[in-house]
Design a protein around this ligand. Structure first.
Ligand SMILES: Cc1cc2nc3c(=O)[nH]c(=O)nc-3n(C[C@H](O)[C@H](O)[C@H](O)COP(=O)(O)OP(=O)(O)OC[C@H]3O[C@@H](n4cnc5c(N)ncnc54)[C@H](O)[C@@H]3O)c2cc1C
Length: 497
């Protein structure tokens, strides 16, 4: 195996460091390779898609045709790789086995497993120092599986390390709820979707943990919907299983998603299944609940049997819980980038120019306006955060978004500004006018979207520094059809519904 480029390697000869061998990091490597640039992928896990493997039981709402990057496909095809059936929906485990690991194998020893990145800096310069900064390569600090620290010199850095290890807490104010991490409570709180949906393949540990018990699911995104559906399925099989779906928003409403209007049909169907479970009485819904504390009571457990109680900000209580599934979103770990100069939005922790395009407060429908290197740029040249991590706290990242990001970033790093600026993708909408995001009010409906959501009158979100969208993107989007064509009723188009 070739050695990592030691520090002191001139910037022009140093490789581009890609952090993370997930779907987007590996796609970045494929694009960089096509551009004649030399990528080194540093992956903390022991195989490709290590984070995806941790939710391997979840079936994606995207089809294979939306999960394979074009440059990755071009790299894979000559190896004899057999492309999966384009219209099928894989599980996370299948995404890894049938695509991500073969792709990493095709990249060969450019992918280094067991290499955890602990920091990125300009060589010999902390964040404050200006002198000679731009001409210095990056130093990437790495720890290997044996705990040995080393450094790699890199001409550019593409951080595709995801957000999987930083799930949001239960507390409504963004901090852990009081008691959430107490030794008596923490073993009963998980931040992953339980593997209980399918009787034949359910994980016995998860089924045992939730079967015949009362579980609270906290959150309103697609992961929360998946958990509600999975636990409702268990409730049908195992008597005594109870599901309490706890939402901060005042009404379930849009949390069910866009249904038939969702341009990704499987994503729409997920919301419909959750709705059916609620209507059938298999799921109890508590809305308008802002969690302040999780308390544990011993001895007689009272109503519902469980020993955990949620206490809301207003003193309301949800009692008798046994288990908690917290699915309140993810956050980026920016600690490894603390010595480089990031330009981040203060709300989302996403690149400042990207944030207005994805902010769920103002930009509903789950629509993603296409974006690339320009919107992902920071104050540090040749440094990009891509993939799930680029969205910061915004909830609606799709792999397709990331594939377009890294196509553009690789072009920018290769000096092909025209290709970097070109927009090659228009992404699908959830069909949820009024927000896949953060509405707390019971009556927040499509009317809200008029104040900036994509379902309002054709006012595209403003781009970087108040520039109109068209000026930000600089090129007319070329529509790529994803999933089923939008249904005519209730679907949101790029310029409104
Ligand atoms: C349950 C679930 C279902 C989803 N379903 C869909 C779907 O149907 N369709 C869709 O388009 N998207 C879906 N997504 C969203 C998104 O496409 C995936 O999360 C995707 O895995 C994001 O890819 P990524 O490469 O950005 O990050 P990740 O997949 O998280 O990969 C990051 C990689 O970086 C590694 N890493 C992390 N930190 C370090 C470090 N310091 N040093 C070295 N390596 C590090 C990790 O081990 C990991 O391998 C889903 C997400 C989840 C959680």
């Amino acid at each position: 195996m070739a050695p990592l480029a030691p520090t002191g390697t001139p910037a022009t000869e140093a490789p581009t460091a890609v952090i993370g061998a997930g779907p987007i990091g590996l796609a970045a490597a494929a694009h960089l390779l096509e551009r004649g640039l030399d990528p080194v992928v540093l992956e903390r896990g022991d195989h490709a898609g290590a984070a995806v493997s941790e939710w391997g039981h979840v079936r994606l709402f995207s089809r294979w045709s939306e999960l394979v990057d074009p440059a990755a496909r071009r790299l894979l095809e000559p190896t004899g790789w057999v492309a999966p059936e384009p219209d099928r929906y894989p599980t996370g485990a299948e995404w890894v086995r049938l695509y991500l690991q073969p792709l990493a194998d095709a990249l060969g020893d450019r992918v280094r497993y067991g290499h955890s990145v602990t920091g990125v800096a300009r060589a010999g310069r902390d964040r404050v120092v200006d002198s000679g900064r731009e001409s210095q390569p990056f130093t990437v600090h790495v720890t290997d599986g044996a705990g040995r620290a080393s450094r790699l010199s890199a001409r550019a850095v593409v951080d595709a390390s995801g957000t999987w290890t930083r799930p949001g807490p239960l507390g409504a104010d963004g901090y852990p709820a009081d008691g959430e991490h107490d030794p008596a409570v923490a073993p009963h709180v998980t931040y992953r979707v339980p593997d209980t949906a399918d009787a034949a393949s359910a994980d016995p540990t998860d089924a045992g943990r939730h079967g015949g018990r009362r579980t609270a699911v906290v959150g309103s995104g697609h992961s929360a919907l998946t958990a509600v559906v999975a636990l409702a399925a268990l409730a049908e099989r195992v008597p005594g299983t109870e599901v309490v779906w706890v939402l901060r928003r005042g009404a379930v409403g849009n949390a069910y998603g866009g249904g038939d209007a969702d341009q990704l049909p499987a994503r729409g169907a997920l919301g419909q299944r959750a709705r059916e479970a609620v209507v059938a009485g298999r799921v109890e819904v508590v809305t308008g609940f802002r969690t302040r504390a999780v308390e544990r009571t011993d001895a007689d457990h009272g109503v519902g049997g469980g020993a955990l109680t949620f206490v809301g900000e207003d003193g309301t209580r949800i009692e008798g819980l046994d288990e908690v599934v917290g699915l309140t979103g993810f956050r980026p770990d920016l600690s490894i980038l603390s010595e480089v100069r990031l330009r981040l939005d203060s709300r989302l922790e996403a690149p400042a120019a990207l944030a207005p395009l994805i902010d769920p407060n103002v930009h509903s429908c789950g629509t993603v306006y296409p974006h690339g290197a320009h919107e992902l740029a920071h104050d540090e040249s040749d440094l990009y955060v891509v993939g799930m991590k680029s969205y910061g706290r915004a909830p609606t990242f799709l792999a397709l978004t990331g594939y377009e990001q890294v196509r553009s970033v690789a072009a920018a790093l290769a000096g092909d500004d025209a290709a970097a600026s070109r927009v090659e993708l228009t992404l699908p909408e959830t069909g949820v006018c009024g927000g896949a995001g953060l509405f707390d009010d019971a009556d927040a409906t499509t009317a809200d979207a008029g104040s900036g959501g994509c379902c309002g009158p054709a006012s595209a979100p403003s781009g970087r520094a108040g520039l109109p969208m068209a000026a930000t993107l600089r090129a007319a989007p070329q529509l790529v059809q994803i999933g089923a064509p939008p249904s005519d009723a209730g679907a949101c188009g790029p310029s409104g519904c």
